[in-house]
Design a protein around this ligand. Structure first.
Ligand code: ADP
Length: 303
């Protein structure tokens, strides 16, 4: 057999042609092999290795730059959101005092203006709170707080806002006994308050809000369902995305930031759980939060 010819620099391909001869020395077959040129270059050694090394170095540089930019963005967000908090709280405080008449009688027109100013400030405060929460999540990306928390207690507290609603009826089923999970109580309360508040907000005509907690094996799951506006199948993919507001003719008058569900799911996922949703447009939605249970004992608060 005679040695074949290789053309490793053919653009994109390495082609090897190998003639096979009969016992009389005449070529009777040709074997042609086509291989990926990048693989051949790597096998060829030095030039491939140098190119590879340069590429890794340039990728590392770009990664470093992106990480520095990401940190700058987080620092900026942190600073601005913290700086916005105090003045907003002061404006909110004065507006509330005006609305309650503590600073003197208000004309009807002024009372209305103060009321809608309060609503706008509440939207801003909600946005700032969620941005702070987002920055906090970035900071604790690798190390979320995990202490034993009774989820039944947290869910009961989150359900209080439904009890205060005149248009909604609460159907609360927590099963019996505690439901311990690992996490931070304040954050878990924000997760459930957010989902319960959404259930109220997106069922403007009222109806039943069902909250059901189950302990299944090593898991605790909570269903929060409403009989509200529901979500179209084509919008379901945007539910848990950052700033993923779904604005339809039915929801356009309802305020929000589009950050709440994104934060809820991020947080629950970091604790090893998940948040999912099912919905029928025009009939209502069910959000399910699942978290791993724990056998660790929940510390009793001093109060
Ligand atoms: P928002 O601040 O807009 O309420 P969320 O992240 O909490 O942001 O929710 C994202 C979007 O999901 C909302 O804009 C709304 O359209 C939709 N959504 C959330 N909860 C419900 C619900 N219970 N019923 C119908 N739509 C909902």
């Amino acid at each position: 057999m005679t040695q074949g010819a290789t053309r490793p620099n053919s653009p994109g391909w390495g082609v090897t042609v190998q003639p096979l001869r009969d016992p009389g020395g005449r070529i009777d077959h040709v074997v042609q092999t086509v291989r990926d040129a990048t693989q051949i270059q790597a096998e060829d050694g030095h030039s491939g290795a140098v190119a590879h090394h340069d590429e890794v170095a340039s990728l590392r540089l770009r990664l470093d730059r992106l990480m520095a930019l990401d940190k700058l963005k987080s620092d900026f967000m942190n600073l601005t959101t913290h700086e916005l908090r105090s003045p907003l709280a002061i404006v909110y405080g004065y507006l509330s005092m005006m609305e309650s008449g503590m600073l003197g009688e208000l004309s009807e027109g002024l009372h209305e203006a103060v009321g809608s100013s309060i609503q706008s400030v509440e939207v801003m405060m909600q946005l700032v709170t969620e941005l702070v929460e987002m920055a906090r999540l970035d900071e604790t990306r690798l190390d979320p707080t995990r202490e034993p928390v009774d989820l039944a207690d947290v869910v009961a507290e989150a359900a209080v806002s439904v009890d205060g609603s005149e248009r909604h009826h609460l159907n609360l089923d927590l099963g019996s006994g505690p439901a311990p999970v690992l996490g931070e109580r304040g954050q878990l309360l924000r997760v459930f308050s957010n989902i319960v508040d959404n259930a109220l907000k997106y069922s403007p005509d009222g109806g039943e809000i069902g909250i059901r907690l189950r302990r299944t094996g090593r898991q605790v799951s909570v269903d929060i369902s409403d009989q509200g506006l529901g979500i179209a199948p084509s919008d379901m993919g945007r539910l848990f995305t950052r700033f993923g507001r779904i604005v339809t003719t039915a929801t356009e008058g309802i305020g929000g930031t589009g950050l709440g569900l994104y934060l809820c799911r991020e947080l629950v996922r970091r604790l090893g759980g998940d948040v999912t949703a099912t919905s029928v447009e025009g009939q209502g939605s069910t959000f399910t939060v699942r978290l791993p249970g724990t056998t660790r004992v929940v510390a009793r608060s001093a109060t």
